[in-house]
Design a protein around this ligand. Sequence first.
Ligand code: IPE
Length: 258
Amino acid sequence: MDLVKLGGSVITDKGKLKTFRRQVCERLAKELGAAKNTLCVVHGAGSFGHIEAKKHGLHLGYKKDSQLHHVAAVQRDVRELNLKVLESLIDHDIRAVSIPPASCATFKRGAIKSFDPSCFEGPLEMGLTPVSFGDVVPDESTWFSICSGDLIMGALAWSLKPRLIVFCADVDGVYDGDPKINKNATLIPALDRATLSSIRRSEATRADVTGSMHGKLERMLAMAQHCEKCMIVNGNVPGRLEKALRGEKVLSTVVVPE
Ligand code: IPE
């Protein structure tokens, strides 16, 4: 089984509230379908989740009653996105079924407390494609919290031991600098812990965006231990995802486990 995350920055315009990138999602669905592998898909929330979640501090848990309206609204919005992704996948002959995070996991302080892999194993055995997503979830300690698609990716990697893990991002992979700012930044084809630490040192003064990228890479390093290959590919470049799924050489960063 191959585990694929469709990043929210690829399937939505992250800067514009609830803006679905339908053409990109349709193409990625086509590539997923063409590879003909057994799949499990997770997608991010992009501008269907992050903007309002941040505005109302939903990642901080319950602080005041007025947040509850936004808990409900963001849950609705990410389901709206999930439905759009399902439509794209089903239109390309992928038998996609939705598995919201709270139906397969419980949460405490923003982390997964328990996870039931049978929610995914059952559909997979039937020849269906489970599709989970980043969501607002009930939280034992903070009432609600944000479950990122990456958290679900980690739990799935650990419990289902996929063959391949692919993260579709809006960049070719991990660079030794920020490619959106620095033209001389070079792509790191294979990233291990030592390389990650050296990037950390040189980027230490950067703001929290890099911080969260490091967190993501830390999680990927852990995930890489449970699969044959764990990689980041550019979902905006046609053909990259399909090639990666076919095992062909493709511009990417492969995360090398310790
Ligand atoms: C975020 O999920 C979930 C919400 C904000 C509700 P992700 O963290 O997986 O989303 P992306 O991929 O960054 O958009």
